[in-house]
Ligand binder design. Structure first.
Ligand SMILES: *Cc1c(COP(=O)(O)O)cnc(C)c1O
Length: 433
């Protein structure tokens, strides 16, 4: 499969090239040249398929012959080594729990898939051609990438994170692995970290000496596997023929929800997407006013969605052919303050006996808003992180939060990081390592 740049000023590339480049030279996001529909009988008989079989059916067209079937099936089996359970709140609403992976956020699947594909392409190359993955993180991305790429041969991972601005659990997930993973602690904000990564990609000394790539959600190999969730939960929800279904997706960079739209393009009968936002809600305002007015991000308790200008929205515009009404027909948007999010957390705990994380609570509020005017829909909320990752917030409202092994095992490990005070130090670190 070939990919084109949405800015249309760079040449088309293979899956491998799109994966290694991340972003096109014209700074556009890559998009597959073609989306083939899956067969109707596959969708009708989806109950008969395992997670691994569904994932293969979904993704193989986007890779083509670049990874042979047996290798791709092995990668998928390895990536999907944990569960994606649905938990029912009532007959109408269920949570799809995407937090059972190693770092307990949905980003694990994309990060693991990207790491294994990259390792597949690098395995026959010599050591000099090793790839360095750079990633700036405000919290969850860094941990998922660190875990996904841990001990993968031929790949070094360098994570930049803002000192003192990630949660304790998140910091431990970034800084305790060692081996091929290095965490750089930056005295600044997330925006400063991201600016340093961007500058590194433009630096000639660096590009002449090191193969650099990035691992955020613009990378097709991190983005596309997220479509699996919609197929798995569609199978598990056991809808009847007349049911209409909506997915509520707590959204920041709009990668996850856009992967759901790809699933729909491939034939999965989804009737509506609900983009549930915190107060960083540029897309919500756009659909209400037709004016796209990006703003700097504002910090909230659902911090993985603190995004002022979501990078994947251009992919959504592309899927719906730049047709405002078509976007509006497919997408319900809404936005909630931290106070409202706390009310959602309390309602879920006290009325439904379900402990959400703050992002899942925003997803729940999105469903409540949607079903007011669409009472006949069945709704699936993507619960994108485990509540124990946000225990500082959740423990205020319950005494019953259990800390799972994935989190308790990192909490007491020793943090190892390198402090970086600016771009020059960062550059020298990359050239020396
Ligand atoms: C990254 C993240 C999101 C936002 O996902 P996007 O694909 O960027 O929209 C939501 N919740 C959690 C917990 C996340 O880590």
């Amino acid at each position: 499969m070939n990919y084109y740049s949405l800015n249309k000023k760079s040449s088309n590339v293979t899956f491998k090239e799109a994966l290694i480049k991340g972003l096109a030279p014209d700074k556009g996001l890559y998009f597959p040249e073609k989306i083939n529909k899956l067969s109707e009988s596959f969708i009708a008989n989806i109950n008969n398929y395992s997670n691994e079989e569904i994932a293969y059916e979904c993704i193989h067209q986007f890779i083509g012959s670049e990874i042979p079937e047996s290798d791709l099936r092995k990668i998928i089996t390895d990536v999907l080594s944990f569960d994606f359970p649905l938990t029912k709140l009532n007959d109408q609403i269920s949570f799809l729990e995407l937090f059972h992976g190693p770092t307990m956020a949905f980003k694990d699947v994309g990060a693991r898939f990207m790491a294994r594909c990259l390792a597949y392409f690098l395995k026959n190359q010599d050591e000099k051609k090793s790839v360095t993955v750079l990633v700036a993180t405000s919290g969850d991305t860094g941990g998922a990438v660190a875990s996904g790429f841990y001990k993968v041969k031929g790949i070094k991972v360098v994570i930049l994170y803002p000192k003192g601005k990630v949660s304790n659990v998140q910091e431990k997930q970034l800084t305790t692995l060692g081996e091929n993973i290095t965490a750089l602690e930056v005295d600044g904000t997330f925006d400063d970290c991201q600016a340093m990564v961007k500058k590194a990609f433009l630096d000639e000394d660096l590009s002449n000496n090191i193969n650099l790539t990035s691992a955020n959600s613009i990378n097709i190999a991190r983005w596309l596997p997220q479509m699996f969730y919609f197929f798995f939960s569609y199978r598990d929800f056991k809808l009847s023929h007349s049911d209409k279904i909506a997915f509520s997706v707590p959204s920041g960079n709009f990668g996850n929800i856009c992967a759901g739209m790809m699933a729909k393009e491939m034939g999965l009968p989804i009737n509506k997407f609900i983009a549930s936002n915190n107060i960083n809600d540029v897309v919500n305002r756009y659909l209400k006013t037709k004016i796209y007015d990006a703003k700097p991000s504002i910090q909230t308790i659902s911090n993985a969605m603190d995004v002022g200008d979501p990078s994947n929205f251009v992919r959504i515009i592309n899927i719906y052919k730049n047709d405002f009404n078509l976007i509006k027909n497919n997408l319900h948007t809404c936005s909630f303050t931290d106070d409202e999010t706390v009310e959602g957390i309390k309602e879920l705990i006290n009325k439904f006996n379900y402990i959400p994380d703050p992002h899942g609570a925003v997803g729940f509020l999105g469903v409540k808003d949607f079903i007011e005017s669409n009472p006949n829909y069945k709704c699936i909320i993507l619960e994108t992180a485990h509540p124990a990752k946000f225990s500082e917030v959740i423990n205020l409202y319950t005494d019953n939060l259990v800390v799972p092994d994935q989190i308790s095992s990192v909490i007491n490990k020793k943090k190892k990081s390198v402090e970086i005070d600016g771009f020059l130090a960062f550059k020298n670190f990359l050239l020396d390592s």
